[in-house]
Design a protein around this ligand. Sequence first.
Ligand code: GLA
Length: 386
Amino acid sequence: MHSKESIQQLFQSYYGEEGVEWYFSPGRVNVIGEHIDYNGGYVMPIAINYGVSAMVKRNSGNVIRIYAHDFQEELHIQRFDKIPMSIPGSWKSYVTGMLTIMQRKGIVLDGLDMLMASDLPIGAGLSSSAALECLIGYVFAGDYYDEDRTELAKDAQQAEHEFAGVMCGIMDQFAVACGKINNAMLLDCQKISCQYIPFDLGNYRLMVINSNKPRALADSKYNERLAECRKAMELLRFFHPVSNLVDVSSLSLAYLEDDTLYARAKHVISENNRVKLACNALLDGDILTLGQLMLQSHESLDEDYEVAGDELNTLIEYAMMVKECIGARMTGAGFGGCCIALVESGAEEKFSRYLRKKYKEKTGLHCEVFAIEVCDGVGRMDVGIF
Ligand code: GLA
């Protein structure tokens, strides 16, 4: 997270005056429960202390100016009745997409100057896009969304569907909108309701490893997996009167003759089960079991769901060679991006040195390794509660 001073300084040097409101929108890490949010499953994400920071000053004119420090680009909207369309997947598309969704439901947009800067690796599977969408929603209509943060998550998801073309589930936007410090969210994606689970890892730290493997084709592959799950569900519905793939019994999987569809459905059903076990393990303070479940999750994502790939597998393999690491898995959609690992406190430096060295030797790529904390969802940072 950028400090208030540094974000203020950036605002000042761009706009030539001081900003007034300071915001932070976190990225997310999914602890376990991958590729099952769009199959009606349980997932367990956390909001993290890396994300997009912003400084804002309302202006009295009808102008929205948003400067993205990381891209050195400005989005300038002069007339609110004509929000421009942007190239799908560009940072501007998330902003204009979100503004369009808000306007469509009657939210009045006020003019403002805003500067944003991120310390979250962009496009690395830590939900930089959800962080951006929720930030925009919150800056323009914080009071409105404070009434129901789930609505913010749903609107941000809609923006992603319509304006970035990724038919994602609700997990990322929910984690960013509804995150709670020191707690994981056990999110039921059928009901879109969540239970907060104290995220106490005892003597372990959660570390992120960014593979720096570009997530090429990730969006199209994501939509492909979604289509495979829909297809499996369609076939199974004939034998099983359920509407979500996670609710199919593992015995019924035998009805799927296609090997690929069988493997995809097998992952979905087993992963949903692992989330429930992981939740119990966390509540019991049994971090060793949590680590084991993370490893099993990775194996299933690699072998049955086929979204891991060489780089992420290499990272997991090396991570598990460090004796202080008790579990690791890819996190997010996969096809590159990040892994997470449970590492004994005090061994963080040793762990990251080993991984950086071995990963570079094997792949030629540099990986970043850092410990994370669990923080609150999107919010204004410079106001007290009372
Ligand atoms: C992306 C999507 C989420 C979820 C994960 C995989 O991050 O945005 O909705 O499906 O992939 O678990």
